[in-house]
Structures are given as C-alpha cells and as structure tokens.
Design a binder for this molecule. Structure first.
Ligand code: GRF
Length: 208
C-alpha cells in the first residue's frame, strides 16, 4: 500500500463580481473537508456583490476593489494586484469574476489562476455563453474550469461537465441546469490543484 501523502493546506483566494454561488460551493467543499485548503480572502470589483455577504457569513475577509472608483483600467489593476499579493494565495479562483485580467496579473499568477465558464470551451467564449449555446442550437452544453492565460476563456482545460440542451430551453433554463454542474466542477478543480494532482503540458492538463 502506498504511504499517504502528507496534506499541506493550500491558501486559496476567490475573485467574484456578483451572486457568488460558485464561491459558496468552494467554501462549502472546504468546510466539508473535501478540499485541503483555507480560503484566505474574497476580492470583488463590485461593492454590491452578494458574494461579500457570503464571505462575511463564512468568516472570510472580503476586499472590495471598486472598479468604478478608478480613473483607468490600469489604475484599477494596480490596486487589484496589491490586494491579490496581500492574500499570499497559492491559487486564485475566478468564480464569476466578470472582467478580463491584464497581462501583468496573468503573468504574475500564471499556472495558479482558475476560471469557471458556463460553456464547453472552446465553444461560446465571453459573455452570455448560455444564450450563445441556445441560439446556436447545440444539443449539449456545460461548464469548463480552465487555467487563466492572456486570452478570453482560452487557457488549458482542467475539468468539464456537460448537460443536455432541451428543445424548450431559453437562456435562463439552460443557465440553471449548467449552474448545478458548475458547483461540482469548480470544487473538483480546486481540490485537484490543492492536492497537487494537476500536471500542465502545454494546452493539456493531466490529472495524476
Ligand atoms: C457563473 O455562471 C459563472 O460560470 C459565470 O458567471 C456566473 C457566476 O455565478 N462566469 P455565481 O456568481 O458564481 O453565482
């Protein structure tokens, strides 16, 4: 029998812009002992994000870097970078973070930033992915957790889960069905990272 690997808890921080249900799914999985991690912070660009309330309820420090208060994207990202560095996180999880990160941030945290996207990438990148899927007439869609690179929703794929697209689906019905899978896919991807089981080989990510 293989000796058990010692588990050192990783420090993770989450970036979210709104409702925060994916953030909650990760927090719950940590609390349930499924992920060897501590969530050291929530960072949001939106002072009205419900994710802030969720952080408070879970006793996780929340930092607001209010996009609207900065004169430029560069100034905003400078402040965001300060907030991110101060987390001293091993992994940053983009869970409904609705902005594209600049190259400086992407490079600094390369290989340790993950994003969840509500489509089976590489299809339907960007906004309204569920609407794009319905309008395109695909029969299957789903969600993707990927590492973040400089592109929009283009980084190496870690986990995908799929759902059927039903004949009567509108954007909202499909989004609800995909969200259920997001709440499984994101904690799984975070868990694999925290257990050091991901091996990145170019665009391909192997699970050891
Ligand atoms: C999710 O569908 C996520 O994939 C997308 O934005 C939504 C965020 O939902 N990027 P929540 O804030 O996690 O509830």
């Amino acid at each position: 029998m293989e000796p058990e690997r010692p588990v050192h808890k990783k420090r993770i921080a989450v970036l979210a812009s709104g409702r925060g249900s994916n953030f909650q799914a990760v927090v719950d999985a940590i609390a349930a002992g499924e992920i060897p991690a501590i969530c050291v912070g929530l960072i949001t660009d939106n002072p009205r994000a419900y994710a802030i309330q969720r952080a408070e309820d879970a006793g996780i420090p929340a930092v607001v870097v209010d996009y609207a208060r900065f004169p430029s994207k560069a100034a905003y990202e400078e402040a965001l970078l300060v907030a991110m560095r101060s987390c001293r996180a091993d992994l940053f999880v983009l869970a409904g973070y609705m902005r594209i990160l600049g190259a400086g941030i992407v490079h600094e945290f390369s290989g340790r930033m993950m994003n969840i996207h509500p489509a089976l990438l590489p299809a339907f990148t960007g906004l309204h992915a569920q609407r794009q899927a319905v309008e395109c007439g695909v029969k299957v869609s789903g969600c993707t957790v990927h590492l973040v690179d400089e592109g929009m929703d283009t980084g190496p794929i870690v986990v995908q889960r799929c759902v059927p697209v039903l004949p009567d689906d509108d954007e909202s019905a499909l989004a609800d069905r995909i969200l259920v899978e997001e709440h499984k896919a994101l904690p799984l991807a975070v868990k694999l990272f925290c257990e050091e089981r991901l091996e990145v080989d170019g665009r391909r990510v192997w699970v050891r």
